[in-house]
Design a protein around this ligand. Sequence first.
Ligand code: ADP
Length: 356
Amino acid sequence: MLILVINSGSSSVKYQLYDMPREICKACGVIEKVRNHHLALRLVIQSLLRGKKRAISSKDEIAAVGHRVVHGGESFKQSVLINKQVTKTIKSYSRLAPLHNLPNLAGIFACKRLLKRAPQVAVFDTAFHQTMPESSYLYGLPYAIYKRHAIRRYGFHGLSHRYVAEKASKILGRPLKSLKIITCHLGNGCSITAVDKGKSLDNSMGFTPLEGLVMGTRCGDIDPAAVLYLMKKKNLSINRTLELLNRTSGLLGLSGKSNDMRDILRLSRRGNKRAKLAADIFIYRIKKYIGAYIAAMNGCNAVVFTAGIGENQPYIRTKVCRGLSTLIKKFKIRVLTIHTNEELMIARESYRLLKR
Ligand code: ADP
């Protein structure tokens, strides 16, 4: 059964065609500088039909389309088959994640028109974290604000955290239900999850993907009073402030040079002090979260590193682990590096729903 996996972002559409349940990727690609999602998806299907390898000979061979949807709020604890009500609910969460959910929806609508026969599945980045208890997802705000405005911590990168946690349990040869795992997704966006007996207990991202670790261009944890102070002092608009916190902070803002860890470490090795400082802050924040999650779970069997930095930067992994060496020894924690595969997770989820 062929399942087309679509990750439809604001300026790019990534796709992979999976042969399930064999889990073989038959084609993949990315359309960049996307302005019109319908045109982009048409290009995707054309390239499957006519590309060098001709992955399919007719559109009808695509049995289903699995879409990555970033924000499922409190409504989606699992993946779902898409119908009108589902798209309406996804749209209602676009007020919480406008940069993500609207392009995700554009991809869904385009596929509906282009592949009329194929059922569509929505797989959410937030769903895995819907097991978080109130004690980890509520902020210390008045409870009525949570009830009225849905302001709480949601957690993100759920597909990646779940994928690597499941893989870790296979590598360790122990059931997920018997393990306490800390998964570190370190890419451009970075987040850490405490996976307790297979369930997300906590994730470092919050109401939006801005909270938590220092990232490529996002600042991570910050005292909200500092933000308000700055807005007042510099007379900043809300949009300008969001831009500052999301796009010009993090490694980029601290180093003044780059959001890319490869550049940061190269500059640091050459003696650039601000680049070294950026890397040090990045590492320190990771250590702090891992320590906190060992405490939150009252133990830990494995720490997993994944995504661009987690998989490819041994310097960062080593620094984090050296800083935690006492805890690692005490709890006999295994440290693993696992390649993440969010697209395969979407294909698996779509296949599981269709079979049902
Ligand atoms: P995204 O979150 O956009 O999917 P990635 O997971 O690719 O991004 O992570 C981007 C980060 O990973 C960058 O800081 C980059 O330096 C680092 N990175 C990606 N690939 C490599 C590599 N092959 N070697 C070293 N660092 C890498």
